[in-house]
Write a new protein. Structure first.
Length: 429
């Protein structure tokens, strides 16, 4: 059945049809995915794309990595229950995560990153008896109300801007302070004014949901110092940074130790996983108490197929030069794109880190989310739509990052750079 017909069917039963919710990307048309393998996917009409969107980031090894698929199939034959007891594989996965992520002493699995950040904030509030959460412009931590203030500052509530976010409880928004990323001064001031009420500071150490902003070490150090002084819980949301760039996340690179860490995405190369880990005394609040079990639930937490996918992924990340490969290709892309745009005379800032890249069309550096507002959104979206015509899939939505995987090759990078010259040239014409 072709895409147009499938799209009609979808429109009747899925709100927005094939482009529902987060997939609502203007200009993408009737995209119905038929098959994905390695660095590529094919749509239902037989068009093939080299995929740099990578489903928002999980398949670091590439789509349907054979070792991961084999491990999932094997798990499907052996055990399919979770929720009571653990499997040997789950213990092994928890051991691996505690070994790899420096600050994680104990860990609990969830099915998504959003659940992990939800539990992190809840346990921080429980441990401190306080209510305020500090977060940063440009950081995304999932879909639940407590983190739903996304890129904006507190007075410009999300609520009311679309029919669904109007349903976010105002008292939850009132318990959130949103500060500019990379501003150590703003952090010091927030703690001077509200320190005794701050339960947690949650931060994406590298905000990857507005493209890619790199953190200044003084900013991260200030977060640690202020949280320690005030007795607030520092949460590093390493759902993306945890495994995409290095084993062990940004805390392994920066040497800054959070109290709690959230993980997800690339751990299981695309299978639905999240994890919350951290200091044993905080994590211990989730243990059973004389009055009964502490509230931590999720029917599918630790699902054997997901755990098998995660173990197979981590095995490969530890035994093969995955990060070396994606760093090298990522660097080739960042340097190559900057040269392409500069030879065309387009103002650009090609940024990113490791396996992530993003091409902003603007002058000057980017430290904060506000800086990124200088990006020429129509050039960005137009350029990426034209890449689709060359068989390259980067999401045509403003400020979205792109990813390289272990399955991408140097020939794929050559193709991307040639297509970039044609797409940017055509967009300027
Ligand atoms: N934290 C970060 C940093 C993320 O990027 C995301 C997802 N983009 C989440 C949390 C939420 O994870 P999930 O979509 O698995 O709920």
């Amino acid at each position: 059945m072709n895409q147009r017909v499938l799209s009609e069917r979808a429109r009747r039963v899925i709100p927005g049809g094939v482009n529902s919710g987060q997939r609502n990307v203007p200009g993408l048309g009737d995209l119905v995915i038929a098959q994905a393998s390695g660095a590529r996917f094919r749509d239902r009409d037989g068009r093939e794309y080299v995929d740099y969107h990578a489903a928002f980031g999980p398949p670091l090894l590439g789509h349907n990595d054979p070792d991961v698929s084999a491990a999932v199939a094997e798990a499907g034959r052996t055990v399919d229950l979770c929720g009571v007891g653990v499997t040997e594989d789950e213990v092994e996965l928890a051991e691996a995560l505690t070994e790899l992520v420096p600050s994680v002493e104990q860990v609990l699995l969830t099915s998504t990153g959003s659940e992990a950040t939800f539990h992190a904030l809840r346990v921080a509030r429980a441990a401190t008896g306080r209510r305020l959460v500090v977060k940063f412009q440009g950081c995304y931590h999932g879909w639940h109300d407590a983190v739903s203030l996304n890129v904006i500052s507190a007075p410009d509530r999300v609520g009311g801007k679309d029919p669904i976010s109007a349903g976010i409880l105002p008292e939850v928004l009132d318990a959130t302070l949103v500060l500019p990323f990379n501003s150590a001064d703003a952090v010091r001031q927030a703690f001077a004014e509200h320190g005794a009420d701050i339960a947690a500071v949650i931060v994406e150490p590298v905000p990857h949901n507005v493209g890619c902003l790199l953190p200044e070490q003084e900013f991260l150090r200030t977060l640690r110092e202020e949280c320690t002084r005030a007795g607030s819980v520092l949460v590093f949301d390493e759902v993306i940074t945890g495994f995409r760039h290095h084993l062990g996340g940004w805390q392994a690179i920066s040497g800054i130790t959070p109290d709690l860490t959230t993980l997800g995405k690339a751990i299981a190369n695309g299978y639905p996983v999240g994890a919350l880990g951290g200091r044993a005394d905080l994590m211990d609040l989730f243990s059973s108490r004389p009055g009964g079990p502490a509230f931590f639930a999720g029917t599918y937490n630790g699902h054997p197929a997901v755990v098998a996918a995660a173990l197979a992924t981590l095995r490969k990340l530890r035994s093969e030069p995955v990060h070396e490969h994606v760093f090298r290709l990522g660097e080739r892309i960042r340097t190559g794109l900057a040269e392409v745009f500069s030879s065309l005379g387009v103002a650009s800032l090609v940024t990113g880190y490791g396996s992530v890249f993003v091409e902003y069309f603007m002058d000057g550096p980017a430290r904060t989310y506000d800086d990124l507002l200088r990006n020429d959104a129509s050039m960005f979206i137009g350029y990426r739509r034209r890449l689709l015509d060359h068989g390259i899939f980067e999401l045509p939505l403003n400020l979205k990052r792109s990813h390289v995987s272990y399955a991408h090759t140097d020939a794929d990078v050559d193709h991307l750079l040639e297509a970039a010259a044609l797409a940017a040239g055509a967009q300027l014409a």
